[in-house]
Design a protein around this ligand. Structure first.
Ligand SMILES: *[C@@H]1O[C@H](CO)[C@@H](O)[C@H](O)[C@H]1NC(C)=O
Ligand SMILES: *[C@@H]1O[C@H](CO)[C@@H](O)[C@H](O)[C@H]1NC(C)=O
Ligand SMILES: *[C@@H]1O[C@H](CO)[C@@H](O)[C@H](O)[C@H]1NC(C)=O
Ligand SMILES: *[C@@H]1O[C@H](CO)[C@@H](O)[C@H](O)[C@H]1NC(C)=O
Ligand SMILES: *[C@@H]1O[C@H](CO)[C@@H](O)[C@H](O)[C@H]1NC(C)=O
Ligand SMILES: *[C@@H]1O[C@H](CO)[C@@H](O)[C@H](O)[C@H]1NC(C)=O
Length: 653
């Protein structure tokens, strides 16, 4: 600390000396750059903290630094001065000699102006802590002298371009806390000392060139893997021995490197042990013949041994007996359509779908082409028996709006669940993915359809299965191609005892669950109410588990509704559809009933289904409901022609 302030003092003295020196030669002036700066300040809204005196030399202005000749502006530093909005074209982009540009900690938004490509001499660009949005600015990838680039804490989205590699002088690249998605390109990291892409929405494997950075550089992303993070295909983290290896192999392997004396010693020893074992077996057999054995010995199939060797750690290969082998195989539920075994699953190519607090989900494509979802549970606390009892209940649930659980696997080290794969993805992706970048918005008919079908799925869990879902959120609502919803990830809370807070995503959690730590049918109804609000507002509720700042949807909606009944709560993407206001208000009322703070005031799930069905019935006579049944027609009745697809200006809180 002391060293730092000393250094700062020296710098300050030098600066002061310069100012004193330079104030003598006011005559020289970067005329062109001054005009550009004045244009910038006059065009951008800002607070009154910047006072540039037009009759003074620009080189004397606060935040502006010039070269020794005072003929060009070299540095512009305006951190935290309350600049608001988009940087205008033809202003800063004209400062052709600029070396350092810092506009951090303002409220700048939108894209960077295109003429930033002309800042070819720029060495440092600090734009962190603003509200810039849009894709990674293409102009930046042409500023080949850049050494430090900080775009962190903004609202950038889209993929990171491979052309970042144009910036071959880069020593620091800071992109954390944005909305970048997709996988990280292979970035040349030779000169790179600092690198951070944490808290984005990146997925896929980390390129090898970036392995040298620690996990803190990649934290908080949706599904990154490899390098400093857990490996990419980790159904089974320990390198799995080949299935053909028999348990005695480790000894054979070792003996190859041993001397003959040792081999003899081992042989003699083995023979002795064998004799002892035989004796022991004989004794045991005699005893068994006297007392009736409690269970008949299980048949030993070759496949189960394969499964056992392939999955357990090497220690288990030696100690694990054949009795365990039969128990440790993939167990399918009745009525399933699959025929594969654990070995097939191990050979499958896998891709991370999502990481939750109960475990990670993978999309596994088996060699014969079948695709399934494998959920790898972590921190299961219950015993095998309790596990099997709960899973058995879940496996029996069959409903068109519930994702079927097909199989499970339980061993000491691994607990896997196998589900059907739903190719159309999750409601969360559909609702929040790549907003504003020319995607097809989720129309009202389909939102209603999802609301109703999800409600039916959950009601079936409650009524027929007597199962509390416990983790209702938009990423657990999966879609069939016809936009009928299926609920997934249900009924897993009992597997974790009290160790995991139930309903992990804070934004969906009913208030009483915070205290009781127990999910109930009524807390499911609350979560479903939040889901309805999400469908109506297009806003993601507070997702603490993703490190994303969100909003407490029920509270926010209540506050807007209380102040004045306005259309502001509804998703701007819905504003283009006509004659749906009444339905939206009806669904909003159902949602508000579901998110009552008092559990007893919430309707039961089957009542929610009936309420949504009733509101549909009132509308069927206009013929619009049917249109969404036919995907080819879509919701043509509602969708305006493509040229007028831009929604009206956003009304956000
Ligand atoms: C602007 O600078 C001129 C010349 O240096 C000076 O006379 C004038 O007082 C300054 N105006 C303000 C508002 O500071
Ligand atoms: C300063 O001006 C002199 C002559 O006018 C020129 O030779 C020199 O290159 C200039 N230096 C810089 C840094 O622009
Ligand atoms: C860059 O500068 C050149 C010359 O000053 C100008 O013609 C061009 O329009 C500028 N580029 C952009 C994108 O503004
Ligand atoms: C980020 O962008 C999204 C849409 O792209 C917008 O809804 C959100 O309000 C923006 N966040 C901030 C902090 O500007
Ligand atoms: C990463 O996410 C994108 C969508 O943002 C998806 O298209 C892609 O398949 C994902 N890749 C991996 C490896 O998960
Ligand atoms: C990257 O950024 C995150 C979030 O701002 C921070 O917590 C983390 O420490 C940073 N990592 C490194 C290596 O600096």
């Amino acid at each position: 600390m002391a060293v730092g302030s000393d250094a700062g003092f020296v710098v300050l003295t030098v600066l002061l000396a310069w100012v004193v020196l330079l104030s003598g030669q006011v005559s020289s002036e970067p005329t062109q750059d001054k005009q550009a700066l004045l244009a910038f300040l006059s065009q951008i809204p800002h607070e009154n903290r910047i006072q540039w005196n037009a009759s003074d030399s620009a080189c004397n202005w606060v935040g502006v630094g010039c070269d020794a000749n005072r003929s060009n502006v070299y540095t512009l530093r305006l951190p935290g001065v309350g600049l608001v909005g988009q940087i205008p074209e033809n202003t800063i982009g004209r400062l052709s000699q600029l070396r350092v540009l810092s506009l951090r900690s303002n409220r700048l938004s939108g894209d960077l102006p295109r003429d930033f490509v002309n800042l070819t001499l720029l060495r440092s660009l600090y734009l962190q802590d603003n509200r810039f949005s849009g894709g990674f600015p293409g102009s930046i990838t042409q500023l080949t002298r850049l050494g430090r680039l900080d775009l962190s804490f903004n609202n950038f989205t889209g993929e990171l371009p491979f052309s970042i590699n144009n910036l071959n002088q880069l020593t620091g690249l800071f992109l954390q806390n944005n909305g970048f998605s997709g996988s990280i390109p292979s970035i040349n990291s030779d000169g790179l000392d600092d690198f951070n892409v944490s808290y984005n929405r990146l997925n896929g494997s980390i390129p090898q060139t970036l392995f040298k950075f620690g996990s803190a550089s990649f934290a908080g992303n949706l599904a990154l893997c490899g390098g400093p993070l857990p490996p990419c295909n980790p159904f089974f983290p320990s390198p799995t021995p080949s299935p053909s290896i028999v348990p005695s192999n480790p000894v054979q392997k070792k003996s190859k490197k041993l001397s003959t004396a040792a081999i003899i010693a081992i042989s003699v020893g083995s023979a002795l042990i064998l004799c002892l074992l035989l004796l022991f077996l004989l004794l045991c057999l005699r005893r068994r013949q006297r007392r009736q054995p409690p269970k008949p010995p299980k048949p030993e199939t070759s496949r189960s041994i394969v499964a056992e060797t392939a999955t357990s750690s090497s220690k288990d290969d030696i100690t694990g007996g054949s009795a365990e082998a039969d128990r440790n195989k993939l167990v399918f539920f009745e009525g399933g359509v699959y025929s594969f075994d654990l070995e097939d699953l191990l050979r499958a190519s896998a891709e991370v779908l999502g990481k939750g607090s109960v475990g990670t989900s993978y999309k596994a494509v088996l060699e014969e082409g079948t695709t399934v979802v494998v959920k790898r549970l972590k921190d299961v606390t219950v015993t095998k028996k309790e596990f099997e009892m709960q899973i058995d209940v879940l496996g029996k649930i069959k409903h068109e709006n519930v994702v079927p659980l097909r199989a499970f696997y339980f061993s000491k080290d691994e607990k896997l669940l196998v589900y059907d794969f739903m190719a159309a993805g999750s409601l969360s992706a559909l609702l929040h993915g790549s907003r504003g970048s020319g995607r097809t918005p989720l129309d009202w008919d389909n939102r209603m359809r999802i609301a109703l079908s999800a409600a039916r799925g959950i009601a079936h869990l409650h009524v027929s299965g007597k199962v509390v879902h416990g983790n209702i959120k938009s990423s657990n609502i999966l879609l069939r191609p016809d936009h009928d919803a299926c609920v997934s990830d249900f009924g897993l809370n009992p597997l974790f005892g009290n160790s995991t807070p139930p309903n992990r995503v804070a934004g969906y959690r009913a208030p009483e669950v915070m205290e009781t730590r127990k999910v109930t049918f009524k807390s499911d109804v609350y979560s479903f109410g939040v889901l309805l609000l999400e469908l109506l507002t297009g806003k993601a509720p507070n997702q603490a588990s993703l490190g994303e700042e969100g909003i407490d949807l029920p509270r926010w909606v209540q506050s807007v509704v209380r102040e004045e009944w306005t259309a502001e709560v509804f998703d701007v993407e819905l504003m283009r559809y006509h004659n749906i206001e009444e339905e939206m208000v009806q669904l909003l009322q159902i949602a508000m009933a579901c998110v009552s703070t008092v559990p007893d005031q919430r309707p039961a799930m089957q009542e929610v289904v009936r309420m949504i069905e009733d509101m549909n019935r009132g509308e069927t006579d206009d013929g619009l409901r049917q249109s969404s049944d036919d995907p080819s027609k879509g919701s043509g009745g509602h969708t305006p022609p493509p040229e007028s697809r831009t929604p009206p200006a956003a009304v956000t809180p």
